[in-house]
Ligand binder design. Structure first.
Ligand SMILES: [Zn+2]
Ligand SMILES: [Zn+2]
Length: 414
């Protein structure tokens, strides 16, 4: 059988089947199209401005490592003129963060970027190990997630930086959309679809440049670019509901690869039905941060993909397979495209950039004032009485959690 040629350059042999649309590509073309798509996301939503200082929320995991690498590449290739800094949070989880922080330190050297590490202990007076000691393992990801979001903000503020980018990928966004849909939480669903969150009340804006990138493609990119990342997963398990949503997304992807982007698009469409929402679709239109987005409540419930265990080790397995393929290749064996073995999907309407041509249909569906739609009160945003962080309640979530924790703090430390 003659080798399959790359669908883009038609000269090199195809070695990668894109998880997103099963397009068969050579390594160089895969890397290039992955970068081009992130570039499209960035430019179409006008994510950065020249001279902007941007902190990359860096965990040492694959998502944030790929984000740092891609942003460095694109910043140089397209002359964004942004000043990139790595910002890491030390949750205080022994045997987990210690090692991943070493990875981030190496990344800082590899990418020639400054690195700032902020600890939960200095920010909250509690390490995650101490939290788990007090409340047990159940629900601790809620604490971790709430604390981390504020930690990134506070760390950014310390550095005088007003924009934090995170490595959230399409799988993460789809998972959050699904969770909010299943909970019937339309306002939060609307927020979770935004590429940019932040509000007038917050000095720090957050965005997700990898919002349309598949987790599997992030693994492939990291592998083929030989990036140095930390792959051990968080030792504390995520909440069951998020885990279930994650498994559901992965199952859907198996039978229909476009499902992840379809869920993201559907989430964006639904978000437009929420009064006052300014959610974007691929960022091509709305670039205003959703004004009522309370970052404090966004993404509650966990570590996100960088640490989530609920993938059932699927990404780790994929990583292993990629390495094995490489060994086979080195041994000059016939290598087939074996990165994913899913059944062919029904023809997807998504193009490689995830654009859906049927905009008309979306417009028709999202006519305002559709009867039967619930009126959702717009949330009022204030600031936390205790710490000044933006919050729709008297106390922000972190301060509420801390209040409970401090009540339960044992008199004598163990
Ligand atoms: Zn090619
Ligand atoms: Zn607070």
């Amino acid at each position: 059988m003659p080798p399959v040629l790359c669908a883009i350059c038609h000269t090199e042999r195809a070695l990668i089947k894109r998880p997103k649309n099963h397009q068969k590509l050579c390594k160089a073309c895969f890397i290039r199209i992955f970068e081009d798509e992130v570039h499209h996301t960035i430019t179409s939503s006008e994510l950065f401005f020249r001279g902007e200082r941007v902190a990359i929320g860096a965990s040492g995991g694959k998502d944030s490592t790929v984000l740092a690498s891609v942003l460095k590449t694109l910043n140089e290739r397209h002359g964004y003129g942004v000043d990139l800094i790595l910002l890491s949070i030390d949750e205080g989880i022994k045997g987990y963060r210690d090692d991943s922080l070493e990875t981030v330190k190496r990344n800082a050297k590899q990418y020639d970027m400054p690195l700032k590490i902020v600890g939960y202990d200095e920010l909250y007076g509690w390490t995650m190990d101490q939290v788990v000691e007090t409340i047990g393992k159940k629900g601790n990801c809620t604490y971790c997630g709430v604390f981390r979001r504020q930690a990134l903000d506070r760390g950014a503020k310390m550095l005088g930086i007003k924009h934090v980018v995170t490595g959230h990928n399409a799988d993460d966004v789809a998972e959050t959309i699904l969770m909010n849909l299943l909970r019937g939480d339309l306002p939060r669903l609307s927020r979770s679809t935004s590429i940019v969150t932040g509000s007038d009340a917050s000095a720090v804006k957050r965005s997700k440049p990898l919002k349309y990138a598949y987790e599997k493609e992030i693994v492939l990119y990291a592998h083929h670019k030989k990036l140095d990342y930390f792959s051990t997963e968080c030792i504390y398990s995520p909440e069951a509901f998020r885990g279930s949503a994650r498994s559901l997304i992965k199952s859907l992807e198996k039978v229909r690869p476009s499902a992840i982007l379809d869920v993201v698009r559907s989430g964006e469409d639904m978000a437009r039905l929420v009064p006052g929402a300014t959610s974007d679709s691929c960022g091509c239109k709305g670039k205003t941060p959703s004004s009522h987005a309370s970052a404090d409540e966004d993404n509650v419930g966990g570590c996100g993909s960088a640490n989530g265990q609920a993938t059932g080790g699927e990404m780790a397995a994929m990583d292993r397979q990629l390495r094995e393929n490489e060994v086979a290749e080195a041994a000059n064996l016939e290598t087939e495209i074996t990165t994913t073995k899913t059944t062919p999907a029904p023809t997807s309407t998504s193009t490689s950039n995830g654009h859906r041509p049927d905009k008309q249909r979306i417009k028709e569906r999202s006519k305002p004032g559709t009867p039967g739609l619930p009126i959702i009160p717009k949330q009022k945003l204030g600031t936390c009485e205790k710490c000044g962080y933006m919050s729709s309640q008297k106390l922000c979530q972190a301060c509420m959690l801390l209040e409970g924790l401090n009540k339960n703090r044992p008199e004598i430390s163990i």
